[in-house]
Design a protein. Structure first.
Length: 135
C-alpha cells in the first residue's frame, strides 16, 4: 500500500466531522482495494487495516448506541401517549422509524467483520509468501 494512500485513509477516518454513514463509506472504499504484492507491502497493509479495524469498532459502538437510543426514545414517547396499542404493533412502529439507524448498525457490523477476515487472510498470505521465500 502506498504510504500516502495509507495515511490518507487513516487521516480520513480519524476526522470527527464525518457522519457515521460517511465514515462507513470511507472504510468500505479503503477495504475494497486490491491487496499489494510482497510480504513487506502486505505487512504495511495489515497495519493499515488494524487502524481501520480499530476505528470501525468505535463506529460500530456509536451505531449501536444511536440505534438503541432512538428505539428507547420512540418507546418512551408511545408509553407517555394516551394511545394504547399492542406490543407487537409498537415493535413494528419502532422498527419502521429506526430503519435507517438499523441499516447503519448492520453495515458497521458487516464491515467490522469483513476487516477482521481480511486481516486473517493477509496474515495467511504473508506466511505463504515467507514460506516460498525460504524454499
Amino acid at each position: 500500500c502506498d504510504p500516502k494512500a495509507r495515511n490518507y485513509i487513516v487521516d480520513r477516518l480519524s476526522e470527527k466531522v464525518m457522519t457515521i454513514e460517511e465514515e462507513l463509506g470511507a472504510i468500505y472504499d479503503s477495504i475494497k482495494r486490491e491487496l499489494p504484492k510482497g510480504p513487506h507491502e502486505l505487512t504495511e497493509e495489515l497495519a493499515t487495516r488494524a487502524s481501520v479495524l480499530a476505528r470501525s469498532a468505535e463506529i460500530l459502538g456509536d451505531a449501536q448506541r444511536g440505534f438503541d437510543k432512538q428505539r428507547g426514545e420512540i418507546a418512551e414517547n408511545w408509553a407517555r401517549s394516551e394511545r394504547k396499542i399492542s406490543p407487537n404493533v409498537l415493535k413494528e412502529i419502532i422498527n419502521g422509524r429506526c430503519a435507517d439507524s438499523h441499516r447503519l448498525l448492520i453495515l458497521a457490523e458487516r464491515l467490522n467483520s469483513t476487516i477482521s477476515h481480511q486481516m486473517d487472510a493477509i496474515r495467511t498470505i504473508i506466511s505463504f509468501e515467507k514460506s516460498l521465500a525460504q524454499i
